[in-house]
Design a protein around this ligand. Structure first.
Ligand SMILES: [Zn+2]
Ligand SMILES: [Zn+2]
Length: 265
């Protein structure tokens, strides 16, 4: 299994996951052209995509879903609440396949499990994707880490987890108080210390790579996140930080890791 965060942040989110030649997108918050360009830059042809999975209806996750679905005849998987709430943005889809939050479904070779997260939308989810060899977990846009979330993200080899804001930067930053409140609420986004504790709770010998994602451009910075990861002295997985402007590396969860424990960004 391979995965790549094609971009992440409040201006757009899209992650590519592939196994056995079958490619899936989790969210598409960039234009169709931009998704194609970013995939090409990591050596993936957009024709490999077989479906789009949607986490929730915010524009930074769905703005490109409708165009991609129509242009490349891609089915879109979402729960009915998200489909309804995102309706005007998604417009007509090539095909819509509803799932039920908490119930697994299959897009061979993947078994996909959508689980509930805490965010200010109708029925937001994170996902685990299992191809029988590897397990990948995706969870951003959650204001808190529930036991349910922790339960589902256990035993993954690859993880994409939210690390949204620094509390001081948020407090002293450009956002009005009401928006700050929204971000800090339990249905908002995870602050750096919460995110680090989240990752620490997910550590196990098989965990190979963690991407910290949805890093705020106004209320956080990559150097600060790197520092917090270093301070936490977590051993084992490789860490990388997702960017808004460009894709991260295409991570192969099946190939042997290079470098020592915990090194590299
Ligand atoms: Zn978002
Ligand atoms: Zn959101």
């Amino acid at each position: 299994m391979r995965f790549c965060v094609l971009g992440s942040g409040s201006k757009g989110n899209c992650t590519y996951v592939e196994s056995n030649g079958v490619g899936l997108l989790i969210d598409a918050g960039f234009s169709g052209i931009e998704v194609g360009r970013r995939l090409a830059s990591v050596g993936v042809e957009i024709e490999q995509i077989r479906a789009i999975l949607v986490t929730h209806e915010h524009g930074d996750h769905v703005s490109g879903v409708g165009v991609l679905s129509r242009k490349y005849q891609l089915p879109v998987y979402a729960n009915p609440g998200t489909r309804l709430a995102a309706g005007p943005v998604l417009d007509k889809l090539h095909a819509f396949i509803p799932f039920v939050t908490g119930s697994s479904f299959s897009i061979p070779p993947f078994t996909i499990h959508p689980f509930a997260i805490a965010h200010d939308t109708v029925d937001p989810v994170g996902f685990t994707l299992d191809d029988g060899h590897c397990r990948f977990g995706y969870c951003t846009d959650t204001g808190m880490v529930s036991r349910l979330i922790q339960h589902h993200l256990q035993r993954c080899q690859g993880l994409v987890l939210e690390c949204n804001h620094d509390l001081e930067m948020l407090k002293n930053g450009p956002y009005p108080p009401a928006l700050q409140q929204r971000i800090r609420s339990k249905n908002g986004h995870l602050a750096n210390p919460e995110a680090i504790a989240f990752v620490q709770g997910m550590l196990h010998a098989g965990l190979r790579h963690v991407v910290l994602a949805h890093i705020s451009q106004s209320n956080n910075c990559h150097d600060l996140v790197r520092l917090e990861v270093e301070r936490s002295a977590m051993m084992g997985p490789q860490f990388s930080l997702a960017c808004q402007e460009k894709p991260g590396e295409l991570v192969d969860l099946a190939s042997p890791p290079f470098g020592g424990a915990g090194d590299g960004y």
